[in-house]
Write a protein that binds this ligand. Structure first.
Ligand code: AMP
Ligand code: MG
Length: 414
């Protein structure tokens, strides 16, 4: 069997070339706004942020124990120091530590200037106000230096970072209440097709429910995007043209599904050529060919195929990197790992294929992948059970059980 698409007169673009072309054709939105740290998760930082303070601010203890000066250590011998007070987290010792003295100290509590060592509480014996330290007590242990994590003026988070919960915690540790972020990328989407029926309505003969819009809605749920669902548009040239133009005026990005092939009722590519500029539409990707990408005025347009699995594959491989760049962060590279394939996979040479797989791992950490089931681009049920793509190179002619393949788990970027 030979992939029909590989016999086409115009060579198809490889997935990598298509991705590079698409990413190169877009640039980050310029607008920015301030947001409180509470609202910043998943937004794209539009400034590099430096720390106004040392983190931690004070030299403090890494343990519950006793703080003392290493000058009081008697090398190779146990020694005892007089207990002069306590330092609690948030309530520092307010006296002056003298030679021959120690204080009780708790994790995170300020270490007095005269002390440079903490020993954990389990290592000492307390007798009234005397604390007995063992012979092997080491100097300068269990101390967290001021600025050890980040010094005042040091780099916290770099411009273009999509903020994670860890970034938010770091910014909060520096006392930052508000950050500058890129404005949200405005994305609209609609489905095309005379056969599409709204959920909640009975299905008439030959009709199907519009599942793509729900899948796309899920793919686009992201704090860096503001999304608008423009509904279902029938295969009517005039209505489609009007919707494209209207959306192009109001959004940064428009994504449609269906009607992008070369059938009688497939108008999207033709309309893109008429109303805007086509950048590419033939990519050696399976499932997913055909696909349109171009600009209508300043709006970036993606015409995705109608088949539901193709929507996911083309979105992950070709649309998402561009949306990331448009929203102000880097396009991102998806994590790929090697796994032993436990299924037999059919594949004709010609197009790079993204089959749907189920991952497993043994106790040694080795990965195994099996096909999630039927690989037809209309089959949503295996897609729903899968956790990864099995990425098969264009020239691959199928996989036998036991062969190693490349696997791309969903949602993991480097
Ligand atoms: P098309 O690309 O318009 O020729 O559609 C290809 C296949 O995808 C057809 O079987 C369509 O019925 C199906 N399809 C198109 N749009 C949707 C949609 N929004 N939801 C579910 N299936 C769709
Ligand atoms: Mg259609």
């Amino acid at each position: 069997m030979k992939d029909r698409c590989s016999l086409e007169p115009n060579p198809l673009l490889s997935v990598e070339e298509a991705r590079e072309n698409i990413v190169a054709a877009v640039e980050s939105v310029a607008g920015r706004e301030k947001t409180s740290l509470n609202e910043a998760l998943g937004r794209i930082l539009s400034q590099t942020v430096y720390s106004p303070i040392d983190i931690p601010c004070d030299r403090n203890s890494a343990m519950d124990g006793y703080a003392f000066s290493s000058r009081d250590i008697m090398p190779g011998q146990p020694f005892s120091l007089r207990l002069a007070g306590s330092s609690w987290a948030g309530r520092p010792f307010d006296g002056q530590l003298q030679a021959g003295e120690c204080i009780r100290i708790f994790t995170g509590a300020v270490v007095p200037p005269a002390a440079d060592s903490v020993v954990m509480q389990e290592a000492v014996a307390a007798e009234d106000q005397n604390i007995l330290f063992p012979a092997d007590t080491a100097a300068r242990q269990n101390i967290r230096e001021a600025g050890e994590d980040v010094e005042q003026g040091g780099l916290l988070v770099t411009e273009g970072k999509k903020l994670t919960p860890m970034d938010i915690a770091l910014l909060a540790a520096a006392g930052i209440v508000e950050v500058d972020v890129k404005r949200r990328l405005r994305i609209a989407y609609f489905s095309t097709g005379d056969e599409l029926t709204a959920l909640g309505r009975p299905l008439e003969p030959g009709k199907i429910y519009d599942s793509n819009r729900y899948g796309l809605g899920g793919l686009l749920k992201d704090p860096a995007y503001s999304i608008a669902d423009l509904g279902r548009i029938p295969d009517n040239r005039e209505r489609l043209a009007a919707c494209l133009l209207e959306a192009a005026r109001n959004f940064d990005v428009l994504i449609t599904t269906g009607g992008v092939s070369v059938g009688e009722a497939d108008y999207m590519k033709e309309l893109l050529a008429e109303l805007g500029r086509v950048h590419l539409w033939k990519v050696a990707i399976k499932p997913g060919k055909p696909l349109a990408f171009g600009m209508i005025d300043r709006c970036c347009y993606f015409g995705l195929p109608g088949n539901p699995v193709s929507v996911f594959v083309t979105f992950h491989q070709l649309v998402e990197p561009a949306l990331r760049r448009l929203s102000g962060t880097h396009p991102g590279q998806r994590l790929r790992i090697k796994a032993v394939c436990t299924s037999r996979l059919k594949k004709a040479p010609g197009r790079q294929e993204f089959q749907r797989g189920i991952l497993a791992q043994n106790a040694d950490g080795d990965y195994f992948v099996s096909a999630a089931g039927g690989q037809g681009s209309h089959r949503l049920e295996p897609m729903s059970r899968s956790q990864c793509y099995i990425v098969l190179p264009a020239d691959c002619r199928g996989v036998q059980p036991g062969e190693t393949v490349l696997v791309e788990p969903f949602g993991l970027f480097l």
